[in-house]
Design a protein around this ligand. Structure first.
Ligand code: NDP
Length: 280
């Protein structure tokens, strides 16, 4: 059983620093069995944070997730997201209720604004706070917010209750290390790193392959270990294959030497100046 580190949210709740993504799941009935099996395998291994969104397959990912967690709801820290155009004061309540129905549960542990849209942040936050008071969500957060968005959020009523910012972060996308990541760490707002293996694209990098081999590990494991090494960062790799979920969980047991971290810095240089937040 891998020893998965935890990250503490502002509420004091601890969640695993390695969770499970679900984008593209639930879209084809032929794949459902393998997808459910891979999510359940992740839960067995302690990757008990599951990330979904109303956007993914227009509800299909939430439905698939609902099936995967049937009978195991209490083991799971369940995260979903609202479309920006649904994030009005009232819309956020309706969207959340629809998500709960698809997920066949009575509560989300964390509910995120998927990215910024036309509705004022005050309204979205007021809707989130109502959901929290009613017990429909445990906490709320944002996604794809750069530092200026976070500053603006902090200034709205209850904006400081934000529990996370979910952003693109992996070896090949290190821009947030310049400012957004330290800002979030200082404000004790954990960062959820999405596309942590760059959707598979970084796995062909020769230096990553070389370092992985030295540890009898895989490039995906080293890419995830890079994120696990960081304070207050939660990585949410997605895999529809149970054996790959096992592989990803194994990242928690990797101990990379300082020399190899330096080699990774040379292959994937950290930012030297402000970079606008990238999105996928
Ligand atoms: P990931 O970086 O997690 O990569 C997923 C891809 O990599 C899949 O094609 C998967 O294939 C493959 N893969 C997974 N593990 C391995 C492995 N060990 N070896 C080789 N290939 C592997 O990308 P995602 O974009 O899916 O990001 C993760 C999650 O983050 C999403 O699923 C979603 O929940 C969230 N997200 C949030 C966004 C936001 O705007 N807030 C945007 C994008 C993602 P297979 O499934 O066939 O194994």
């Amino acid at each position: 059983m891998p020893d998965i580190p935890t990250v503490t949210l502002p509420s004091g709740i601890s969640v695993p620093a390695l969770g499970l993504g679900t984008w593209k799941m639930g879209e084809s009935p032929n794949d459902a069995k393998a997808e459910i099996e891979s999510l359940r395998r992740g839960l067995d291994l302690g990757m008990t944070l599951i990330d979904t969104a109303e956007m993914y397959g227009e509800g299909a990912s939430e439905e698939l997730t609902g099936k995967a967690i049937e009978g195991r709801r209490d083991e799971v820290f369940l995260v979903s997201k609202v479309y920006p155009w649904n994030a009005s004061r009232r819309g956020v309540i309706e969207a959340c209720e629809a998500s709960l129905e698809r997920l066949k549960t009575d509560r989300l542990d964390l509910y995120l604004l998927h990215w910024r849209g036309e509705h004022p942040l005050e309204e979205t936050v007021a809707g989130f706070e109502e959901l929290r008071r009613d017990g429909k969500i445990g906490a709320w957060g944002v996604s794809n917010f750069d530092i200026a968005d976070m500053e603006e959020l902090m200034a709205v009523p209850d904006g400081r209750n934000c529990a996370t910012n979910q952003v693109l972060y992996n070896l090949s996308r290190r821009g947030i290390e310049y400012d957004l990541l330290p800002w979030c760490q200082e404000h004790e707002i954990p960062v959820m790193a999405y596309s942590p293996i760059e959707q598979g694209r970084i796995l062909r990098n020769a230096e990553l392959i070389r370092i992985a081999k030295a540890y009898q590990a895989t490039p995906a494991q080293v890419a995830l270990a890079f994120l696990l090494e960081r304070d207050k960062v939660i990585a949410i790799p997605k895999s529809s294959t149970a054996s790959r979920v096992e592989e990803n969980a194994g990242a928690a047991d990797l101990e990379i030497s300082d020399e190899d971290w330096e080699a990774l810095d040379a292959a994937f240089p950290p930012p030297e100046r402000k970079q606008p937040l990238e999105m996928l």
